[in-house]
Design a protein around this ligand. Structure first.
Ligand code: FCA
Length: 331
């Protein structure tokens, strides 16, 4: 063997060994992905995309549904005990933030908050915790604009229209969305004194939203047409169902959701309901990107940005099939 080919073989051997050990090390990393409402399609999709990142980069993702504080804290301890190196979390309650931070530290786990940002004891965002969420106010404004434009397009007399905002103020990202929707509709000319808030009691789900809107409809039987905004698809779907229950014709109401992932069966219905469309958020960014950022932080020490925000796109009955397919949400 010549000197040249010997050194080539040596380089090849080293590269192989290095490559293999890299792979072995990668497979050893496990992260957790904790979500507050695993039954929601949005969170199922975050998990799906986090798994995809795991496959692409070679790490494991433990997917854990954590609907309350107790489950969150025990999941963190379990992750620590099982050798995980970090976790992504959408907390069931933003006020658990400080407890989650200290439990993560005790278990030596890196932490990234997704969707719902932690709130500190002073009621302010905990800005030291890395976070990826949506541009909530801007996305809410898109809802407000779409609703107002729909009322105009339908030729409704604005005096006869009520704006129903299904609210959930304990969660800042949701409050920003509904207030953004109201703000934009009013800015475009919708009368502020025809805006009505229907606060949800309990968790944000279709039945709780339905109850909240039922209360509002009892108080305002005089209103002929309705615009419906809410923090996510479930909130708006609850409003749509409440209106139907009262015998309000589908043509007399317009609802626009947020997420775009929890309204697919609604948009697929052959008879259009008053659910007009939704602002589709990027479940891929929220699932894949967060998992990837956490992994690179653990493996290479690349710290993620403290605050990343994602945008949204309007989907309607006419456009949702293609857009959801392009986004990898549906096949
Ligand atoms: C919150 C909502 C979810 C989704 C997410 C981006 O967590 O509860 O439905 O909208 O923000």
């Amino acid at each position: 063997m010549t000197k040249k080919s010997f050194s080539f073989c040596l380089t090849l051997l080293l590269a192989l060994c290095f490559g293999l050990s890299e792979l072995a090390a990668a497979a050893e990393i496990t992260i957790g992905f904790l979500v507050k409402q695993p039954e929601e399609q949005w969170f199922q999709l975050e998990w799906k995309f986090a798994d995809m990142a795991g496959k692409d980069f070679g790490f494991d993702v433990l997917k854990i549904g954590t609907p309350d504080g107790e489950k969150v804290l025990s999941a963190i301890d379990n992750l620590g005990a099982n050798g995980a190196k970090g976790f992504v979390i959408c907390t069931p309650d933003v006020n658990l933030g400080p407890a989650i931070v200290s439990r993560a530290q005790a278990n030596n786990l890196k932490l990234l908050a997704v969707d719902d940002r932690f709130t500190g004891p002073d009621g302010k965002d905990i800005e030291s915790v890395h976070y990826l969420g949506i541009s909530a106010r801007k996305i809410g404004q898109e809802v407000g604009r779409t609703l107002y434009e729909q009322a105009k397009a339908k030729g409704w007399d604005i005096k006869e229209v009520g704006f129903c905002a299904v609210t959930f103020d304990e969660l800042p990202t949701i409050n920003d969305r509904t207030e953004g929707a109201i703000e934009k509709a009013v800015e475009l000319g919708f009368p502020a004194n025809q805006v009505y808030r229907a606060p949800i009691q309990g968790r944000m789900e279709i039945p709780t939203a339905l109850d909240a809107v039922n209360v509002l409809l009892t108080q305002h039987p005089e209103i002929k047409y309705w615009l419906i905004a809410g923090g996510n698809d479930s909130c708006v779907l609850g409003g749509v169902r409440a209106m139907e229950g009262r015998g309000i014709p589908a043509a007399n109401a317009v609802g626009v959701g947020i997420n775009g992932t929890d309204c697919i069966p609604e948009l697929e219905k052959s008879n259009p309901t008053s659910f007009y469309g939704s602002i589709l958020l990027s479940a891929r960014e929220h699932g894949y990107k967060t998992a990837e950022m956490l992994y690179k932080w653990i493996k290479d020490g690349v710290e993620p940005p403290l605050d990343s925000r994602t945008a949204g796109t309007l989907i309607t009955r006419d456009t949702f099939r293609k857009i959801l397919k392009d986004e990898g949400i549906t096949d």
